[in-house]
Each structure stands twice: as structure tokens, then as C-alpha cells.
Design a protein around this ligand. Structure first.
Ligand code: PA5
Length: 448
């Protein structure tokens, strides 16, 4: 089994799952019958059986073209429009995937448009240097400010380097099929376009063209990714709480919240999972954190973070539980060399693999955290590969869909994201926000 769940260390009493079963069952049915809130955004539910095969073939062809034309791909997007691809590339190819790109068939893939920092853009420009590059601009709405700003900048750089026609041949736009400024621009300029399906919200879109094109350009096998998603779709299409790990995980998280454990830490022991933690945070926070409810998702990278937030987890305020992502088989086995002098006193580890030591660190940490009042859930992956990325993504989608309905929230909207945008637009003088501007400026003058 590629992915398995262990809740033995979550500290549940024998009856707790059973007494939550009616609610998990109802939420599962609510999701599967497509009767719940936000049910017009369930495009991901049967995605591996319903995706557009013609577009999928175009994605693979576009990835090959990018690899033939460029050394670097700049993927421009924010939130759900970039986190999945970034997580997938690191999951599959490791934290140094860009530095190692020249050893495989993939190009270097960098992400822009996920902040408003000119320093960040300038560093990226230095990384591109004189090299050939292409751009994939990704925005479902086609109106998001951060990627729109970055796209203007990188489009201008492409046009300066290759001319307008040459630039056009290196720009790929992934957006809504019909509406939005980006769709209009892509049509007007004649870019190759890919579609974010209507029924697929940003954080459920990484296995559509949104994530698949950057992942394929970076050298991932997107057939294997979709096969993993398909396997999970079949596996978790099961209404039995006791044999469906997606339901069991949802139920356990809900019980944790009821017990006052309002922070979930997704921890890992593989640096390749750092960006997966970022993807998970967005999925959980934007889907569940509303109407005054939800678990606050945090991610931690061990053993690195055991030397920073580890102190707090062990001994700080007792509001958290931990979900450990554990990878059984490392990409390679490196053993600790023996040193007859043993000046560093490390010979107790001579000959042992780092994976073996990592496992002992995970085991020891889990027991310490449980003893310290931090219940642990363990999700074990047999290894990190393209298939398992697709499978794990779907596992979290499905479980989150169930747990959000258990909380009584609509998992598929994000009304809270709009508030900062309105203030920013007003302060920037965007037409339509004039009424708010004076009031905001007066408030800022009083406090800054
Ligand atoms: O999950 C979501 O819906 C959001 O995080 C969006 O992905 C994000 O705001 C970017 O939106 P867009 O793709 O419309 O630019």
C-alpha cells in the first residue's frame, strides 16, 4: 500500500471513533451525493476519470516544447495556482530539483507572482541571466494582482529578448475557459492556452493544467501522477469509516479539535516534503478556516525544526496535535562511515544508514511528543515518487472535503481572502474603491 494511516498514537478512547461515526458517515454521503455547500466545485472528486485527454496530450507536448526551447520555466501564479506544482516538483525530484535539472530531461522551474517583492523578481532575473526561458502564467480568475504584475514584467523581458512573435511562442496561459482579463489577453495575443475547469477551485486544481504543465516541464511523469490520483479515487470511494483512511483521518482531526487541540502540525522528516507542507497549509486553512471555526494548520520540517519549534511542541501551550508524514524508503541509502579514532564519539552509529537513524529520530520524537501531550497521527508513504504525489494529494482533498462538512463549513469558498484585497486596491487607487481610500488613509495616519 503506497499510503497508510496509523492513529494508534492519537490517544483516542475505544468508543470515540464509533461515537463520531454518524457524523463522518453523513459528511461522506453529503460529499459523495454532491448535496453539500459549494457542490458546484466538486470537479476534483472524479477528476482522474473525467479529465480532458486532448488537453492532457497538449500539456505533454507543451512541456516537451518548453524543454526543447528553454533552460528555465517561470511559472507565475499564487495560492492554488502554484503551490501544488512546487510541492510536486520537490516531492518527486527533491529539494535541489532546479540545480539537478540539467542531469534529467526537465527544465529548471521557478515560481513568480506569489508575492509583491521587487527584490524577488530581480533575483529571478539574475537566475535567468542570458539563458532561454519560457513563461506559464496561471490564474483561474485571470484578475489576481500578484501574478498580473509579475506577468507584465516577465512578458516585457520575453518581448525584449525574442520580439513580440518570439515571446508569444514561449508564453502559455492557464486560465478560465471563457472569462477574465488573462483569457482576453491570451486570445488577443495568441498564446497557447490551457483551461482551469469551472468546477475546480484553486486549491483543488494542481492535477489540472494548473500544476501539470509546470510539473511536466520540470520532468515529472504526469501519467504516473494521474494514476496515483486514480488509485486514491478508487481506494477512498468507500463509505466504511474503519477501512477508509480518508474518513478516519477526518474523524480523528475532528475529535482532536473537540478536545481543544486546535492546531494541527503536519511534520515530515524529508526536506523534499517542505513544499508539500505549504500546499497542505493552504488547502486546510482556506477550506476549513471560516465562520469562526477550523483547525489552524502549521507545517514543520524535522529533524531541522526539532532544534527550533521542537521546544514549543514538547513543552509549550498544549493546543496542538501532530500529523507525521513518514517516508518508509529513502531515495538512497547513505551509511555513516566508521572512524577508528572515534574522536566525535559517533561510532555507535558507524555503518548505520541515515534512513535508519532518521526512523529512530521519528520514533523517539513521536514518543516524546505523545508523552508531552501532543497526540500523533502517522501517515506513511512507501516512497516519494510521482504516483504517490497524485495519491497523497487526492487523499488530503477527500479527507478535507469530509472534515469541512463535519465542521459545517463550505470547503470550496474563501470569502476572507477578499478583505485584504479590497484595502490594497483602495490604497493603490484602483477605480471602484474610491469611497474606502480616505478612511483607510486616515486610519493608517493615526497608527503608523
Ligand atoms: O484556492 C484558491 O482558490 C486561491 O488560493 C486561488 O488559487 C488564488 O487566490 C489564486 O487565484 P487565481 O488563480 O484566480 O489567480
Amino acid at each position: 500500500m503506497a499510503i497508510s494511516l496509523n492513529i494508534n498514537n492519537a490517544g483516542l478512547r475505544a468508543h470515540e471513533l464509533e461515537q463520531t461515526k454518524f457524523l463522518v458517515d453523513a459528511s461522506y454521503q453529503h460529499l459523495m451525493s454532491r448535496e453539500g455547500a459549494g457542490n458546484d466545485f466538486l470537479g476534483w472528486l472524479n477528476l482522474p476519470f473525467e479529465y480532458d485527454k486532448e488537453e492532457f496530450a497538449r500539456i505533454k507536448a507543451a512541456a516537451k516544447k518548453i524543454q526543447a526551447q528553454s533552460e528555465v520555466l517561470i511559472a507565475i501564479g499564487i495560492g492554488g495556482s502554484y503551490l501544488g506544482a512546487r510541492a510536486g516538483l520537490e516531492f518527486s525530484k527533491g529539494p535541489f530539483y532546479n540545480q539537478l535539472a540539467s542531469k534529467g530531461e526537465g527544465v529548471e522551474v521557478y515560481f513568480a507572482g506569489n508575492n509583491i517583492s521587487s527584490a524577488y523578481v530581480s533575483y529571478l532575473m539574475q537566475i535567468i541571466g542570458d539563458r532561454d526561458f519560457s513563461v506559464n502564467v496561471i490564474s483561474k480568475s485571470g484578475t489576481t494582482t500578484e501574478p498580473a504584475v509579475a506577468f507584465r514584467i516577465f512578458k516585457a523581458k520575453l518581448e525584449e529578448k525574442y520580439g513580440k512573435e518570439g515571446a508569444k511562442d514561449r508564453i502559455y496561459a492557464t486560465t478560465d475557459a471563457k472569462k477574465g482579463a488573462l483569457r482576453g489577453l491570451a486570445v488577443a495575443e495568441g498564446y497557447e492556452t490551457f483551461v482551469v475547469p469551472d468546477a475546480t477551485g484553486g486549491r483543488f486544481s494542481c492535477l489540472t493544467a494548473v500544476g501539470l504543465l509546470p510539473m511536466a516541464a520540470g520532468g515529472m511523469d504526469i501519467d504516473a501522477v494521474m494514476k496515483g490520483c486514480e488509485d486514491a479515487c478508487v481506494k477512498y470511494n468507500n463509505p466504511d469509516l474503519y477501512t477508509n483512511d480518508a474518513m478516519k483521518y477526518a474523524a480523528t482531526r475532528f475529535i482532536m479539535l473537540m478536545k481543544g487541540k486546535s492546531v494541527e502540525i503536519l511534520s515530515n522528516y524529508e526536506p523534499a516534503l517542505t513544499q508539500f507542507g505549504e500546499w497542505y497549509k493552504q488547502l486546510m486553512a482556506e477550506s476549513e478556516g471560516k465562520d469562526g471555526k477550523g483547525l489552524f494548520p502549521v507545517s514543520a520540517n524535522f529533524s531541522t525544526d526539532l532544534h527550533s519549534i521542537g521546544q514549543f511542541i514538547q513543552d509549550g501551550s498544549r493546543t496542538m496535535f501532530e500529523t507525521v508524514l513518514w517516508v518508509q524508503k529513502s531515495a538512497c541509502d547513505i551509511a555513516v562511515p566508521d572512524d577508528p579514532a572515534n574522536v566525535d564519539g559517533l561510532n555507535f552509529a558507524s555503518g548505520k544508514t541515515m534512513q535508519y537513524m532518521n526512523e529512530k529520530a521519528m520514533n523517539g520524537t513521536m514518543l516524546a511528543h505523545v508523552d508531552g501531550g501532543v497526540p500523533n497521527i502517522i501517515i506513511t508513504l512507501d516512497e516519494l515518487n510521482d504516483h504517490n504525489f497524485g495519491e497523497l494529494v487526492y487523499f488530503f482533498w477527500k479527507s478535507l472535503g469530509i472534515s469541512a462538512y463535519m465542521l459545517g463549513v463550505n470547503p470550496f469558498n474563501q470569502p476572507g481572502v477578499e478583505d485584504y484585497k479590497k484595502n490594497m486596491f483602495a490604497l493603490l487607487g484602483k477605480p471602484g474603491y474610491e469611497d474606502m481610500k480616505a478612511d483607510l488613509e486616515a486610519r493608517l495616519a493615526a497608527v503608523l
